[in-house]
Design a protein around this ligand. Structure first.
Ligand code: IVH
Length: 663
């Protein structure tokens, strides 16, 4: 291919990729599969590597192009980024309306949700995204272009010919789903969690390494365009234009005729607040006519033509009566704030998480403090900070306990680990979690055995480990509050039925450190019974694909513990199935695979081995009976044939995902 041909091909690829990207990230309406998308992107990457002179910063291959930097560069805003005047009261909105009318006459309004994220400015020249800036102090912000480029709903090139030179403003935010997922991951890695989605979004766009930003689930709603080369007469029209050139605009933006309708709609937005997947902290009311906006003007701080109507805060202050310690399934000690009950956004809060002792010390939170509590979305309430000004001197620090508050064992804290743990496997706090885990849906799936029933069983000393469940009689259950003949019978039957669960579920349910669903499945395939697994030497376990060294060691430790040996003996004696059934069904049982092209994260022999271990078959010739065609880079002729035959084509990522899917 010569340079001219490459240029043409690259142009076409970029246009296609931009279109598919837009459909996926902005319209939420994907028109091709992830695989096909990756395929096009790879093709473009390859061509660009052959013709590097054709690479431009706005190419879709350059979304995560930037290198880590030492610090951000400050840039001046062309026009200051003002903030909004606030009100919490609908009467103030009527006042606002009066003032507007007095100054500019009758108006229409546009009402939109106030997104709780961080404001940014996006500058486009000749249709190309050239700079993204934080709000900063309103006059100067930080250049965060590389970070913003990683957000796929920000077009690198504006769509169509409507506008070429303009500054857009919008709010970068993190969805609640993304926020929870991110925090869960951070918790697993013993990293401090973000207190709310706004902090998570703010912390993310201020990362110095764009690759980290790319891994954060950020998105943006754009609500403002200025300095544009097109005359736009109303805010409503601006929103239309913003959408047309390729941005996401909030779906709840609405034009209204008068202040009564505005107030009604603000109340409606407050109601939908709890049903959407991102945080809004109010509504913004804007005069629709841009001519009238200009006529009414602005103060040095905020425009006169707009106001924000803030919803009831999801924050409140109260006093911290005590700090309790909770002991988790793996023995992790978590400090929990016991609060003077306080209402936040319609919910009474009396407990809030303090995450871990490092955080407690970092925030210097003391018993007796007045504390600021925040509830974001349906996330567990958090203690944001202590109100230090209100201290009397009587407040007390909570030190890391030396002993487990439940069983009295001496706690341990491994070097470099945030977690403080109770090492006692028999600690009753841990026992409760273990039973809950054993009965959970992904493990032995025991219906009717919820947390409160487990609590009652433990209280009455009817169980001391999971094996005891199988020794419970209907009469035992009937002694528990709330149980009648039928419900007791149901529980007994559920427990009895669980004896026949697959070996993989039993292995998972035992709660061995690091053994999740996937590892349990591999182990059940490798070893046909619990006894075989218990005898497996650590070296052998380490050899198994898909298990790490840590997992192998944890398995050996588990089976070397006398308590666990006894437990398994009792489970066997009472008739719990501890062998893999005859008609064992593995994850990929009898599924036929064929590979074409190179894989990047796993070698071909390893991939073949894994498929076989999970019951699948790897074929070398293509035909209709193939269930999955795994396509890597530079695929061979099998790929074309597979397409012709209409076979199921998956890429490497999807293949790896398939291996870890639950049946
Ligand atoms: S309009 C001059 N609209 O709230 C116009 N702002 O306290 C000013 N915000 O700095 C912005 N959602 O970061 C506008 N729909 C919305 C908004 C919004 C969130 C943020 C924005 C602004 C802050 C003002």
């Amino acid at each position: 291919m010569n340079n001219k041909e490459a240029e043409k091909e690259i142009k076409k690829l970029r246009e296609d990729i931009n279109y598919y990207n837009h459909m996926y990230y902005v319209e939420n309406n994907p028109v091709i599969s992830d695989y096909e998308f990756d395929f096009l992107l790879k093709k473009l990457e390859k061509l660009e590597s052959e013709f590097p002179e054709l690479i431009v910063p706005e190419s879709p291959t350059q979304r995560v192009g930037g290198k880590p930097i030492d610090s951000f560069t400050a840039v001046e805003h062309k026009t200051p980024m003002l903030s909004l005047d606030n009100t919490y009261d609908s009467d103030d909105l009527k006042e606002f309306d009066k003032k507007v009318k007095k100054n500019v006459g009758e108006v229409e309004y546009v009402v939109e949700p106030k997104i709780d994220g961080i404001g940014v400015a996006l500058i486009y020249e000749n249709g190309i995204f050239i700079r993204g800036i934080t709000r900063g102090d309103g006059m100067n912000g930080d250049d965060i272009t590389s970070n913003l480029k990683t957000i796929h709903s920000i077009p690198l090139i504006l769509r169509g010919d409507l506008l070429k030179n303009a500054e857009f403003r919008g709010e970068v935010y993190m969805s609640l789903k993304g926020f929870k997922k991110l925090n869960k991951m951070r918790e697993k890695k013993d990293e401090t969690v973000f207190a709310n989605p706004r902090n998570a979004a703010a912390g993310s766009v201020r990362q110095l390494d764009p690759r980290v930003v790319e891994s954060r689930p950020l998105d943006i709603f754009v609500y403002f365009v200025s300095n544009s080369d097109k005359d736009i007469h109303t805010h409503e029209k601006s929103i239309e234009v913003i959408k047309k050139v390729g941005f996401r605009v909030n779906p709840f933006i609405k034009k209204l005729e008068n202040i009564e309708q505005v107030i009604k709609y603000c109340n409606k937005l407050e109601k939908i607040r709890n049903s959407i997947d991102y945080e809004i902290d109010g509504a913004v009311i804007k005069v629709n006519s841009i001519k009238k906006q200009k006529q009414f003007g602005e103060t040095s701080k905020h425009p006169r033509w707009a106001i924000s109507y803030k919803f009831a805060a999801k924050q409140s202050t109260t006093s911290l009566k005590n700090i309790d310690i909770q002991v988790g399934r793996m023995g992790t000690l978590t400090p929990v704030a016991i609060l003077e009950p306080v209402e936040i956004g319609g919910v009474t809060v009396s407990r809030a998480t303090l995450h871990n002792f490092d955080e407690l010390r970092r925030k210097d939170i003391r018993i007796g403090d007045n504390v600021l509590i925040e509830r974001s979305g349906d996330v567990i309430p958090q203690v944001v900070k202590s109100i230090i000004e209100k201290r009397t001197g009587k407040e007390k620090r909570k030190n890391i306990p030396k002993k487990c508050p439940v069983c009295g064992s001496e706690v341990v804290r491994k070097e470099k680990e945030v977690a403080v743990r109770c090492p006692n496997n028999y600690c009753s706090a841990r026992l409760k979690w273990r039973i809950k885990y054993y009965a959970s849906r992904d493990a032995m799936d025991i219906d009717h055995l919820g947390e409160s029933t487990i609590d009652k069983l433990l209280e009455k000393d009817l169980i001391n480990n999971v094996a005891d469940l199988y020794f419970l009689s209907k009469d035992d259950i009937l002694t528990l509050d709330g149980f009648k003949d039928k419900s007791a019978q149901n529980l007994i039957e559920s427990i009895e039925n669980s004896k026949k669960q697959d070996l993989s579920r039993l292995i998972y349910g035992l709660g061995i450190l690091h053994v999740g669903k996937y590892a349990a499945q591999i182990l059940a395939n490798q070893y046909q019974s619990i006894d075989e697994l218990a005898k497996a030497p650590v070296e052998q376990l380490k050899e198994i694909d898909g298990l790490g060294d840590k997992t192998a060691e944890a398995i050996c430790t588990f089976f070397a513990t006398e308590e666990n040996v006894n437990l398994i003996k009792r489970l066997k004696d009472i008739g719990v199935e501890t062998k893999e059934g005859k008609k064992k069904k593995m994850l990929l049982q009898d599924k036929k695979f064929i590979f074409t092209g190179g894989l990047s994260n796993i070698s071909r022999p390893d991939a073949t081995d894994l498929v076989k271990k999970m019951g699948g078959i790897v074929s070398s010739s293509i035909g209709k009976s193939i269930d999955y065609v795994v396509v890597g880079h530079k695929p061979g002729s099998k790929f074309k044939k597979a397409e012709k035959l209409g076979l199921r084509i998956i890429n490497e990522k999807e293949f790896i995902k398939l291996l870890s899917t639950k049946q």
